[in-house]
Structures are given as structure tokens and as C-alpha cells.
Design a protein around this ligand. Structure first.
Ligand SMILES: Nc1ncnc2c1ncn2[C@@H]1O[C@H](COP(=O)(O)OP(=O)(O)OP(=O)(O)O)[C@@H](O)[C@H]1O
Ligand SMILES: [Mg+2]
Length: 355
């Protein structure tokens, strides 16, 4: 039997599972390489970030949807396969990877090749946002517009979906990690003080942009004295970085709505905008987007796992990767996912009576 492995490779975490099963594995998408060539992958490697000696290099092989370190990506994929199928004699498997629809052909080929090198018999690429919409239980197989906003660590995407496909989408390589890096850089530049990326991320996650907290205490190293110290960082620094990030999201939403047929705009106003991805856990993103767009904003359940849950559901329903034999039960929702954006737009316009 060929097992179906589904994978959502992210900038901060990978999530993976076998189609037809409930279990999802999730770990930081991080690799530590020791001098002797030994690789450490996942949570153990992430714990080494900012704490490792010069003889160890720690990298994130994947950023904003594309491969940054090919060998690292292959190693992560092999690690996922070992976690999901511990018995190596039972390892006949296909891999379906969630990928942003704006990847270049070269970026797509790199991912396909990496999955083949990890041992997959067949490799399929599945649109991340379509998977996220399925995971968030959006009725995307109907001729009704759904606006989905994905807030990842390395990218932010907005997509208008209808009839199981993407009518329009926008994407920027700015995400939660950009906010962390902005905070870290500000502290280094203005206070000559070094803090780690995890410290910056914790500040971001603790920060309530509407609260009156004047400052946050953080530990790090002073660049002038070289000594460890605790200092206070004004909370406005964190708030400003977050507000800049929220405004990036608002402008992507506005661009997508501007490009969308008026009937679908009406649907969005009625149904609201759905947020997925880890950044949707942020306390103020919902308030800020509601205030700025005047459209109801809904955060999906467990937003960071929407993509993998949707992918597992789609593969469970559609059966084998690439299966197109007569008699295979591919429901209408998933049957047309390979259609390009233009065809979708035309089909949607026909259905809603627009030329
Ligand atoms: N409670 C929270 N408050 C603020 N940010 C959060 C919170 N929880 C998670 N995040 C942020 O969400 C981001 C991770 O989201 P997610 O796991 O969806 O990203 P990813 O899939 O790894 O990245 P990408 O899809 O962009 O490649 C991180 O930047 C993290 O700091
Ligand atoms: Mg992601």
C-alpha cells in the first residue's frame, strides 16, 4: 500500500500527517549542522538558536514558501517521513506539499526534487490557501466569495476563493518573523543591546497594542560593555512594529477587494474575512483589521494548523496522489483544483452572471 504523506513546510514550523489519520506532527523547521556533519532537526535544533558554538550552524531551510537550503529541506523531509512512518520496510509513500500559488516554476521544481530525494514515489503540489480554506471549513466549492488571510512567519497572503479555486490573491514576504527582526534591530541600533530572536518573538506575543504597559524588561548583552544585562524596552517599539505589520495586511486586503467582482465583494461583507496561520493568534490583529476594514473578521479554529488539516482532508477525499482513473471518487470541490487563475475567474464570472 502506498501511504499518502501531506506536508505544510513553514518558515517557523513544519506540520505533517498521513491522509486518513488524525495525528499531526509539528516542530520548528530548523536544522543544526555540527562540524562532523551530524544533523539535528526540529525542536532540538531550535533550542540551539542563539546558543550554539561557532562549530555548529543553525539554519531555517525554508523561508516564505520557498526553499532556501536544498539539502536542509531534503533532511527535514526525510525527518518527517521517519516520524510518520517509523517502520522503514513499510515506506512506500507519496508526498503532497502545500505551496503558495505564486511560486516560480524553478521554486516548484526545487520542492518536487527535494520530496523525491526524501523517497517519495510521487510528488504533488497543492495550493496552500485552498488547503487552508478547506481546513477552516469555508464553503469554497460554492459560487460565493470567501476572503482568506494567511498570517505566517515568513509571508502574508490574501486570497479570494470561490468554486474551489483562487479568483485573486496577493502575497508579500513579510510576516511575524519580520516583526521579531524589526524589534531586534531597533534594540541593537538604538540601545546598543543584543537580544535573541526568541526574546523578540516573546515580546511580540505578550504585547497588547491597546494596553498602557510603558516598557518590557529583557535580558541580553550590551554591545559596549560586552556584559550581560537587563534593560527596559519601550512598549511603543513593539506596538509600532505590530501596527506596521497590520497595515501591510490591510493594504493587501484592500488590493484584493479592489480587484474582485462586485458580487463577490458583497459576499465578503456578509460573511466576513477569515484569518488563518499562527499570526492570527495575535490578540490585536482581529481588533485592528475590524476597525480598519469595517468588515467582520473571524479567526479560524487552531489557525496555524488549517493548512495541514485541509491538506489531509483533501487527500483523504481524493485518494491517491495524481489519481485520475475512472471510478476514483474525487468530489467536485477538489476535482478542478488544477485550473489556472484565469479560468477560475471566468467560471466565477459566468456563474454570477458577469461578463
Ligand atoms: N499568540 C501569538 N501572538 C503573536 N504572534 C504569534 C502568536 N502565535 C504565533 N505567532 C506568530 O505566528 C508565526 C508562525 O505562524 P505559522 O506557524 O503559521 O508560520 P509558518 O507556517 O511557519 O510560516 P510561513 O507559512 O510564512 O512560511 C510566528 O511569527 C509566530 O511568532
Ligand atoms: Mg505556513
Amino acid at each position: 500500500m502506498t501511504l499518502q504523506i501531506t506536508i505544510d513546510l513553514g518558515t517557523s514550523h513544519f506540520r505533517a500527517g498521513l491522509a486518513g489519520e488524525q495525528r499531526i506532527i509539528s516542530e520548528p523547521c530548523t536544522i543544526a549542522r555540527k562540524e562532523n556533519g551530524k544533523l539535528i532537526i526540529g525542536a532540538e535544533a531550535e533550542r540551539m538558536v542563539g546558543r550554539h558554538p561557532d562549530s555548529v550552524t543553525v539554519t531555517h531551510p525554508f523561508y516564505g514558501g520557498s526553499v532556501k537550503d536544498f539539502d536542509g529541506t531534503v533532511a527535514v523531509l526525510k525527518y518527517i517521513v521517519e516520524q510518520l512512518i517509523p517502520n522503514k520496510w513499510a515506506r512506500r509513500f507519496d508526498i503532497t506539499l502545500a505551496v503558495p500559488n505564486m511560486l516560480t516554476p524553478v521554486e516548484r521544481r526545487a520542492l518536487q526534487e527535494a520530496a523525491r530525494m526524501a523517497g517519495a514515489r510521487r510528488v504533488e503540489l497543492f495550493d496552500t490557501l485552498v488547503a487552508a480554506a478547506i481546513g477552516a471549513n469555508l464553503p469554497i466549492d460554492q459560487p460565493t466569495g470567501c476572503l482568506l488571510v494567511s498570517l505566517g512567519a515568513g509571508s502574508t497572503e490574501v486570497a479570494l476563493l470561490s468554486l474551489g479555486g483562487i479568483v485573486d490573491s496577493r502575497r508579500v514576504s513579510i510576516g511575524g518573523r519580520t516583526v521579531d527582526e524589526e524589534i531586534m534591530n531597533w534594540v541593537r541600533r538604538e540601545l546598543a543591546f543584543l537580544i535573541g530572536v526568541h526574546t523578540a518573538e516573546n515580546l511580540k506575543c505578550q504585547s497588547d497594542t491597546t494596553a498602557e504597559t510603558p516598557s518590557f524588561a529583557v535580558k541580553g548583552r550590551h554591545l559596549e560593555t560586552g556584559l550581560p544585562q537587563e534593560i527596559k524596552i519601550p512598549s511603543t517599539v513593539v506596538k509600532d512594529s505590530l501596527v506596521n505589520y497590520y497595515e501591510t495586511i490591510v493594504s493587501l486586503i484592500v488590493q484584493t477587494i479592489e480587484a474582485c467582482p462586485p458580487e463577490l465583494v458583497g459576499d465578503i461583507m456578509d460573511r466576513g474575512i477569515v484569518l488563518v496561520g499562527g499570526g492570527a493568534n495575535e490578540v490585536n490583529v482581529l481588533k485592528h483589521l475590524t476597525f480598519r476594514t469595517e468588515v467582520p473578521i473571524i479567526v479560524a479554529d487552531v489557525p496555524e494548523t488549517c493548512v495541514i488539516r485541509g491538506l489531509m482532508r483533501a487527500k483523504r477525499t481524493s485518494g491517491r496522489v495524481g489519481s485520475s482513473k475512472s471510478g476514483s471518487k474525487i468530489p467536485s470541490l477538489f476535482a478542478n483544483l488544477s485550473m489556472d487563475k484565469q479560468s477560475w475567474r471566468e467560471q466565477v464570472q459566468k456563474l454570477i452572471g458577469k461578463s
